[in-house]
Design a protein around this ligand. Structure first.
Ligand SMILES: NC(=O)c1ccc[n+]([C@@H]2O[C@H](COP(=O)([O-])OP(=O)(O)OC[C@H]3O[C@@H](n4cnc5c(N)ncnc54)[C@H](O)[C@@H]3O)[C@@H](O)[C@H]2O)c1
Length: 308
């Protein structure tokens, strides 16, 4: 039974994950940062307040949850007694590999290591470690305290026991872990997401529709069904015979370039990178950005409340 959890890296994801794992009453969560900020609890309190404002957590529940989280700058202190260690360090192969290698001397032999890498090979991240059987991927989605999905990635070396212990831990804190049986780029959900994005950007580039129209088509059509039925169930619902006929006809017309969209590369080259610069495919004023972020957060709170 996993109780002691160490989180390495107190950035966006590390802070969010502390809140997630501290939801368990018996948990002891240590967040390790190279340099602690003056008020390390502040970002967690800010996120928890969203829950309180929406009636998902009481003030006393918030205090209890915060009481299960502590901070340290010492790696040995963070991982020494941990059952489960998850790294939320920058997306940099060397940092992740070296950190896992270096902590092996500090952790218990039965500790499970997880990496929250978005796209990197878990096998490669584990490559400098002795106990590769204890190392799994646990890919959370942002914001991790609102999105239930966590992709648990099994490498060829990882034991079933380590994978199952990770899945069990995640279920215990109300997450929806899904197992990715192979350590492939993009795991499951990013492969799906970027297949759709490739087609969406290609349609803009080819003048089939403008970005607003494409996003509306997704939001008001297929996107509405997905929280209830996934892509494969849709195919079965419509009939696999129909799906086969559609694929025979349409696949040759879909974008299949192995390169990113040239228009995307052009925009990035000009510095038009979206919310961060105020312009991407569209103009993003501070008001529009705030409305988009707030709208997504409010939607997620409502949608995840309704999910089974
Ligand atoms: N941001 C997302 O939407 C998201 C979603 C899923 C997964 N991830 C993955 O989670 C991981 C962390 O992402 P993030 O968005 O929290 O990043 P972040 O930059 O917010 O946080 C990284 C933290 O690591 C610390 N750090 C930097 N260099 C370090 C070093 N050499 N040693 C130790 N600590 C160091 C930083 O000070 C910072 O606190 C990445 O692998 C990322 O790909 C991110």
């Amino acid at each position: 039974m996993i109780k002691n959890i160490a989180i390495l890296g107190a950035g966006l994801m590390g802070v969010g994950l502390a809140q997630v794992f501290a939801a368990n009453e018996g948990a002891k969560v240590v967040l390790r940062s190279r340099k602690l900020r003056d008020d390390p609890y502040a970002p967690i309190v800010k996120n928890l307040d969203i829950f309180v404002e929406n009636g998902l957590l009481t003030e006393s529940g918030k205090a209890a949850l915060l009481g299960r989280i502590s901070f340290t700058e010492s790696m040995a202190e963070a991982v020494g007694d941990a059952d489960f260690i998850i790294e939320c360090l920058p997306e940099d192969m060397a940092i992740k590999q070296d950190t896992f290698r270096d902590i092996e001397a500090l952790t218990r032999d039965d500790a499970i290591y997880a990496t929250n890498t978005s796209v990197m090979s878990v096998t490669e991240i584990a490559s400098k470690c002795r106990r590769k059987d204890r190392i799994v991927g646990a890919h959370f989605w942002n914001p991790p305290f609102l999105i239930p999905l966590v992709e648990v990635v099994q490498t060829e070396d990882a034991s079933d026991e380590a994978v199952e212990a990770c899945m069990e831990l995640l279920r215990g804190v109300g997450k929806k872990p899904v197992k990715c049986r192979r350590d492939v780029p993009g795991f499951i959900a990013n492969r799906l997401q970027h297949a759709i994005m490739r087609e969406a950007l290609s349609m803009v580039e080819n003048g089939i529709a403008d970005p607003d129209t494409i996003d509306e088509a997704l939001r008001y059509g297929p996107g509405l069904r997905w929280p209830h039925v996934g892509a494969i169930e849709i195919a079965e619902m419509a009939g696999l015979d129909l799906t086969l006929n559609i694929h025979r006809y349409i696949f040759r017309h879909l974008e299949s370039s192995p390169e990113p969209s040239p228009l995307l590369a052009e925009l990035v080259g000009k510095g038009d990178i979206g919310f961060k610069s105020g312009k991407g495919y569209r103009v993003w004023t501070p008001e529009r950005i705030e409305a988009s972020n707030r709208g997504l957060r409010e939607y997620l709170i409502k949608a995840t409340r309704d999910l089974e």
